[in-house]
Design a protein around this ligand. Structure first.
Ligand SMILES: NC(=O)c1ccc[n+]([C@@H]2O[C@H](COP(=O)([O-])OP(=O)(O)OC[C@H]3O[C@@H](n4cnc5c(N)ncnc54)[C@H](OP(=O)(O)O)[C@@H]3O)[C@@H](O)[C@H]2O)c1
Length: 297
C-alpha cells in the first residue's frame, strides 16, 4: 500500500476492528481505494458490486498487498435496476453496518445507453439507483451512517423541475443523448438526496472527491481520452487520495451533515478538509422528493 496513504491513515483515522462497512461500486476507482483503507484499518467490508469475478480479484489483490487475511464479503446487484437493488439489500444479514457508502456511479456511458423506462443510463444509475439504494438501506439500517458522493460537475434543473430529464426516450422517436448534462443533473440529485436525508434526521455525510483519474473517462472517444488523461495527470489526484474523505467520514465521529472536500485550489485535488455545505445541495431538494414520490408510486 502507498506509504503516503499509510501515514495519513495512521495520523487521521482510528482503528476499525469490529466495525462493518458496505460500499457500492467498490471494484474500481474511489470505491475500491476506500474499501482498501477500511480493510487496512481492520474493518469488515462488503463489496456491493455488479461483477463478482472482478470483486474476487480485488479482494485477492488487497489481501496480497496487506499481507494478511481480510474480512470481506461480496453481494451482487445492478444499480441500473431498482428491483435488483431491493432484492440485494433485502437479502443482507440483519447485523447493521457502521457506515454505508453510496459510491457507485457512471459518467460517460456508451452513446444512447438507456436504462429502465426510457431514462438515460446515467440518471438511472446515479440518481434513481442512489435514491433507491438509500431508501431500501434506510428501511433496514436506520442508525447506520450514510456517505454520499457528489461532484464538482453538477447543475440545477431548469425552472427547478426534474421531470423533463426523465423518461425522455419515446418509442419511434430519435433519442437526444445529453450525457454531460445528465451527469451534472444526477450529481445535483445526489446532493438533494443528502439534503433530504439530513432533514429527516439521518446520520448522513457527503464527500466530494475532487477530480481523480479513474475508469470514469474510459468511455470517451480516443482523442478526448488522451487529452483527458493529460489534463488529469497534470491537475487531478490519484484515486487513493480522492478516497480519503469517504474513508474518514466512515471512521471518525463527525457531526452529521459534515462535508469533506479536497483542500487544494478549486477543490480539484488534495487531502480532505471539511467545509460548509454549499446552498445548492438544498436547492430544489423538495422538488426532487416530490418528483421521486410520484415516480416510485
Ligand atoms: N473520478 C472523479 O473525478 C470523480 C469526481 C466526482 C465524483 N466522482 C464520483 O465517484 C464515484 C465513483 O466513481 P469513480 O471515479 O471511482 O469511477 P469508477 O472507477 O468508474 O467507479 C465506478 C464504480 O461504480 C460501479 N458501477 C457503475 N455502474 C454500475 C451499476 N449499474 N451497478 C453497480 N455498480 C455500478 C462500477 O462498477 P464496475 O467496476 O463493474 O465498472 C465501479 O465500481 C461516482 O459516483 C462518481 O460520480 C468521481
Amino acid at each position: 500500500m502507498n506509504k503516503k496513504v499509510l501515514s495519513y491513515l495512521e495520523k487521521h483515522a482510528s482503528q476499525q476492528k469490529g466495525k462493518r462497512f458496505l460500499i457500492t461500486g467498490s471494484t474500481s476507482g474511489i470505491g475500491y481505494e476506500c474499501a482498501k483503507d477500511l480493510l487496512y484499518l481492520g474493518g469488515e467490508v462488503t463489496f456491493m458490486v455488479r461483477n463478482e469475478e472482478k470483486a474476487k480479484e480485488c479482494i485477492h489483490t488487497i489481501e496480497n498487498e496487506l499481507g494478511h487475511p481480510i474480512s470481506a464479503h461480496i453481494v451482487i446487484y445492478d444499480q441500473a435496476d431498482p428491483n435488483s437493488i431491493r432484492e440485494c439489500i433485502r437479502s443482507l444479514p440483519d447485523t447493521p453496518y457502521d457506515a454505508i457508502v453510496l459510491n457507485a456511479g457512471i459518467y460517460n456511458p456508451k452513446k444512447n445507453s438507456l436504462g429502465k423506462e426510457g431514462n438515460s443510463i446515467t440518471l438511472q444509475v446515479n440518481a434513481i439507483g442512489t435514491q433507491t439504494c438509500f431508501e431500501e438501506f434506510y428501511k433496514r439500517f436506520p442508525s447506520s451512517k450514510y456517505v454520499i458522493i457528489d461532484s464538482i460537475v453538477n447543475s440545477s434543473p431548469k425552472k427547478g423541475d426534474y421531470s423533463p430529464y426523465f423518461h425522455r426516450h419515446k418509442e419511434g422517436k430519435p433519442y437526444k443523448d445529453k450525457r454531460n448534462n445528465d451527469y451534472a443533473i444526477s450529481k445535483r440529485i445526489c446532493m438533494n438526496i443528502f439534503a433530504n436525508a439530513l432533514e429527516s434526521g439521518t446520520k448522513v455525510y457527503m464527500a466530494h472527491p475532487g477530480i481523480a483519474k479513474t475508469n470514469i473517462i474510459n468511455a470517451f472517444a480516443p482523442v478526448i481520452k488522451r487529452l483527458g488523461n493529460g489534463f488529469l495527470y497534470l491537475f487531478a489526484h490519484h484515486a487513493w487520495k480522492a478516497a480519503l474523505g469517504m474513508c474518514l467520514l466512515c471512521c471518525n465521529d463527525y457531526e452529521k451533515g459534515t462535508y469533506l472536500v479536497p483542500r487544494g485550489p478549486f477543490e480539484i485535488a488534495g487531502y480532505p478538509k471539511p467545509r460548509s455545505m454549499p446552498k445548492r445541495a438544498y436547492k430544489y431538494a423538495s422538488n426532487w422528493s416530490s418528483f421521486w414520490e410520484n415516480e416510485s408510486k
